[in-house]
Design a protein. Structure first.
Length: 94
């Protein structure tokens, strides 16, 4: 089930994306942009790029869903980065 975060942004899993009962305008699968490995952290510039894409969609009045196929918290990390970079949230709030 998609989880509502703030106006027009939702976080879900692969099953939410497949069924998309909410009929969101854009669904981001962040697994390719935010690759993790056992020896490296996710590239921060990729996080900011994903946050920028989310911001563009929201400024265009689109409803956005963000998910990661593998369930290792990339979708919440991407949305938290958006909240910090574009909505002036603190890291604790995000």
């Amino acid at each position: 089930m998609w989880n509502h975060i703030i106006d027009n942004i939702w976080i879900g899993d692969i099953e939410d994306a497949k069924s998309d009962v909410k009929k969101l305008d854009v669904i981001f699968d962040v697994r390719e942009q935010l690759k993790f490995s056992e020896t490296e952290d996710v590239d921060a510039s990729n996080l900011v790029s994903v946050a920028g894409a989310i911001d563009w969609c929201l400024r265009s009045a689109l409803e956005v869903g963000v998910h990661c196929t593998e369930g290792i918290e990339r979708a919440p990390l991407a949305v938290a980065t958006y909240l910090v970079e574009y909505q002036e949230y603190t890291y604790s709030e995000a």
